[in-house]
Each structure stands twice: as structure tokens, then as C-alpha cells.
Design a protein around this ligand. Sequence first.
Ligand SMILES: [Fe+2]
Ligand SMILES: [Fe+2]
Length: 151
Amino acid sequence: MDIYKLLRDDHSKVKSLFKELEDTTERAVKTREHLFATLKMELTVHSEAEEKFLYPRLTEAEETREITLEGIEEHNVVKKLLIELDEDPKGTEEWAAKLKVLQENVEHHVKEEEGEMFKKAKKVLSDEEAEAIADDVESFKQDYSALEEQA
Ligand SMILES: [Fe+2]
Ligand SMILES: [Fe+2]
């Protein structure tokens, strides 16, 4: 499995969840709650996997260090917004406004990952390393979804 494709596929999944949420109204609280729970889970497992298996290797290398440190901080902003959105009542215009801010943050982050970060990572990581990282990310995601099903 190609690590870059694996992560890009997650990004597309998140993008379509945002699109579905965008189409909900203040009255569709249950739908919003359901879609948001899925979005939160997808973003959490994805960014945890990146931070566990990909980013450490990229902060080690001169060429990818700066863009990756920036990525970690962007993850932190996303995490904070996810916590607030989880706690706030979903049937308000304010909630939709905050969700929009989350979406814009995620879109910016994804653009930088798929652009500068992946481009430089391809120079830093050997094919074997990239493959090993992809395997680790895949099994992490499988373990995570197994845990989710038990919960
Ligand atoms: Fe990502
Ligand atoms: Fe990321």
C-alpha cells in the first residue's frame, strides 16, 4: 500500500463528511450528531496515525522538519475545535459557524500535506520505509476500529 494514497483516501473521506454536514440544517440535530461523531473519529484516528508513524520520521529530517512541526500545531488546533464542537449544542447557527472554521483549518492542513509535505517526504523516505509506515498505519486503523466496535 502506498502511504500517500492511503492518507489521501482518508482526506477524501473527511472532505465528503464535511460536505454532508454542510447540507444539514439547525433542525437536523440527530443527523448532525451522527455525522459529527463519524467525522471526529475519522479525524482523530487519522491524525494519531500520522503523529505516531509518519511525522516522527519527518521531523528528524532537515528537509521536512519545518512543514511537519507546522502540521503538528495544525492538528492541535483541530483537536481543540473537535472538543468544543463535541460539547456544544448542535442545533445552532453558531455550531455551524464553528464547524466551518474547523473545515477551513482541515482543508488548509490537507493542502499542505498533499502538497509540500508529501513532495518532500518522497525525497526523505525510501520506498521500503514508506511501505513500512503504510503497514503500521493500516494496522493501527484496524485496531482502532475494532476498539470502536467494542465500545
Ligand atoms: Fe492527513
Ligand atoms: Fe495531518
